[in-house]
Design a protein around this ligand. Structure first.
Ligand code: IPM
Ligand code: MN
Length: 356
């Protein structure tokens, strides 16, 4: 590539458990691909995670958020520690970054690279190739609600799904634009629950069909969330792009991850189209595998590919993805931790060797 040299500032949060091991492999691939495609970058590592919380008593401060705002992108390993009560790190770190940096889209591609690793019978690679666009800033994740009569037999716990017209519309617009640019089946499916959740999904449905008028060449479809899970298993080939709310998106993308081969390969991006976005493998910190060199780093490497694409390094992004495809189709025995036939670092090396 000709032209000047650009420096990307990447904030790296290796996080907990196996996070640091997979991020190390991602950074190995980043270094190699930066030489091949002639771009430069600077990394700053941040200690956020369970260990840091136990030592410093802090998850992530407002000053930390301000600092993160100065980066080109954030590369995250995993957050989750067996010694910390569930909820503290998730809300204090992961959700705090998503919300404070207004990363309002969670982009989760579901792509099968090797049919051998698909738990579904008779599905080819081309049958499983869709993208879930999960709203990432509102819904049930907003944390709104209350207890009434807490601790009494008459206790009531209320958890509110909070949906704003602006919040819903920006996500839906992103989804239409994405479907158009993706240029495959040009089909966008709204995944909701209009038959029961008649406030939230009325707003989503109205907004969806209003925005759809601006995209006459995109086929629109609607599926209830329960039916969507059935079709992921029965007819995944029906889908191209799916747009849904935060909670449904969380649930259906775990199913999506399994049909594409598991947490060893599933990656996602938390996108603020005009701000700082964050890329992560979508599996957790897998504490039982920590330090054993058996975890699959490909999900983190796929997250790296997404980050490069987002930064505008399209050729480098494609090179990383193609190297992953080559390793997944020609080398690995399995995508599961401990069963790959290679160590974590060896898989990273295989990807580097397959870069073109
Ligand atoms: C995910 C995770 C998070 C979520 C948790 C860890 C808070 O499951 O990224 O899907 O629910 O969004
Ligand atoms: Mn999840």
């Amino acid at each position: 590539m000709a032209g000047g040299r650009i420096t990307y500032k990447i904030a790296v949060i290796p996080g907990d458990g196996t996070g640091p091991e997979v991020i190390a492999e991602g950074l190995k691939v980043l270094k190699a691909v930066s030489h091949l495609y002639n771009f430069t970058y600077a990394i700053e590592e941040f200690p956020f995670g369970g260990e840091h919380y136990l030592k410093a008593g802090k998850t992530l401060t407002d000053e930390d958020i301000e600092k993160l705002k100065s980066f080109s992108a954030i590369y995250l390993g995993a957050i989750g520690h067996p010694g910390v009560k569930p909820g503290i790190l998730e809300t204090g770190i992961l959700l705090k970054i998503r919300f404070s940096l207004d990363q309002y889209v969670n982009l989760r591609p579901v792509k099968l690279y090797n049919p051998q690793f698909c738990p579904l019978k008779n599905k080819m690679a081309e049958d499983i190739d869709f993208v879930v666009i999960r709203e990432n800033s509102e819904g049930l994740y907003k944390g709104m609600g209350e207890f009434r009569n807490k601790g009494t037999p008459d206790e009531i716990a209320i958890q509110i799904s909070y949906n704003t017209r602006k919040g819903v519309e920006r996500c839906i617009r992103y989804a239409f634009e994405y479907t158009k640019k993706r240029n495959k089946k040009k089909k966008l499916t709204l995944c909701g629950k209009t038959n029961v959740l008649t406030y939230a999904w009325d707003l989503w449905e109205r907004t969806f069909y209003e925005v759809a008028k601006e995209y006459p060449d995109i086929t629109t479809d609607y599926a209830h969330v329960d039916a969507t899970t059935m079709w992921f298993v029965k007819n995944p080939e029906w889908f191209d792009v799916i747009v849904t709310d935060n909670m449904f998106g969380d649930i259906i993308t775990d199913l999506g991850a399994i049909i594409q081969g598991g947490m060893g390969i599933a990656a996602g991006g938390n996108i603020n189209p005009t701000g700082v976005s964050m890329f992560e493998p979508i599996g957790g910190s897998a504490p039982k595998y920590t330090g054993k060199g058996v975890i699959n780093p490909l999900a983190a490497i796929c997250a790296l590919s997404m980050m490069l694409e987002h930064l505008g390094e399209k050729e480098a992004a494609a090179s990383v993805e193609n190297a992953v495809i080559s390793v997944v189709t020609k080398k690995l025995k399995s995508l599961a931790a401990g069963k790959m036939g290679y160590t974590t670092a060896e898989v990273g090396d295989l990807v580097v060797a397959s870069l073109t």
